[in-house]
Write a protein of this length. Structure first.
Length: 275
């Protein structure tokens, strides 16, 4: 039996790894110097990113031997064969590094597992809130997990009209073009927020009704865990053009944006976006 076919056991192992990475991030978040370097324009990386990445790769390799681990801070050579594998992990050790550096709390640890190119399992831990979220697309649902282990089932909102919907959007990737596209939906409110994972969680927990960014939105490690959790909570998460994320695709970049919400709002938003 493949190690991911026992959903509960696989999620427990993933969650244990995520908590170990979270402890590293919490420790460094309490220090004065994050060791910030720039990978590119407006693209910082810190000691927390690197150390959490190392921890997660080690723990997942032990728990799931021979499953490629596509992790943001790893050398691409270490996961070069992920497109040919039956399953692969997509890991963002610190989603929201800009928010981490700004000390605004809007960041998280994300571990997603894709099987045959589609998101299957997701784990997200929010270090500043000591909260964990797990989900699957195989019918087991999505849950908030307390430190005690108690689970609370997640559900997306039941809003049906775009005019009543609250939509969460990117804080760091705004532009005149994306703003114009977003306003076509005519939602009740647009709320800027950091971290792709945190935005998706707000949809999965029904704190907001939609998550939309109609432009390039990170990479596959930014979408895999969130997608599994949103779907497990009864929602839909696709690109902003309505296409499924392909975790065996030629590129790791999410070039066509993201749209998440309950099925009815998602469909209505797609018709309005048409970008």
């Amino acid at each position: 039996m493949s190690p991911w076919q026992d959903t509960g056991a696989a999620l427990e192992k993933m969650l244990a790894a995520a908590w170990k990475a979270t402890r590293i991030i919490q420790r460094i978040y309490g220090e004065a110097d994050f060791g910030v370097e720039m990978k590119g324009v407006n693209d910082p990386v810190t000691r927390a990113d690197k150390q959490a990445n190392t921890m997660l790769v080690r723990e997942l390799s032990l728990a799931f031997p021979h499953v490629p681990i596509v992790a943001e801070e790893s050398d691409p050579e270490t996961y070069a064969d992920y497109k040919d594998a039956e399953a692969a992990f997509f890991v963002d050790p610190l989603d929201g590094t800009r928010e981490f550096v700004a000390r605004n709390g809007e960041f998280c640890v994300m571990l997603g597992l894709a099987v045959e190119g589609r998101a299957r399992l997701g784990v997200i831990v929010v270090p500043t809130e000591e909260r964990a979220y797990i989900g699957s697309t195989d019918g087991h649902g999505s849950f908030k997990v307390a430190k005690s282990g108690r689970k609370t089932r997640l559900h997306v909102s039941d809003k049906r009209a775009l005019s009543d919907a609250v939509c969460i959007v990117s804080r760091s990737h705004q532009s005149k073009e994306t703003d114009e596209i977003l306003h076509r939906m005519r939602t009740r409110e647009l709320i800027p927020y950091g971290s792709a994972g945190r935005k998706a969680l707000k949809v999965a927990t029904s704190e907001v009704d939609l998550y939309c960014h109609p432009g390039p939105s990170g990479c596959r490690w930014d979408s895999c865990a969130p997608e599994a959790i949103v779907i497990g909570a009864g929602g839909v998460m696709t690109t902003a053009k309505g296409k499924h994320f392909d975790y065996r695709g030629r590129t790791l970049k999410n070039t066509s944006g993201v749209l998440a919400g309950n099925p009815e709002l998602h469909e209505k938003a797609l018709k309005k976006l048409a970008w």
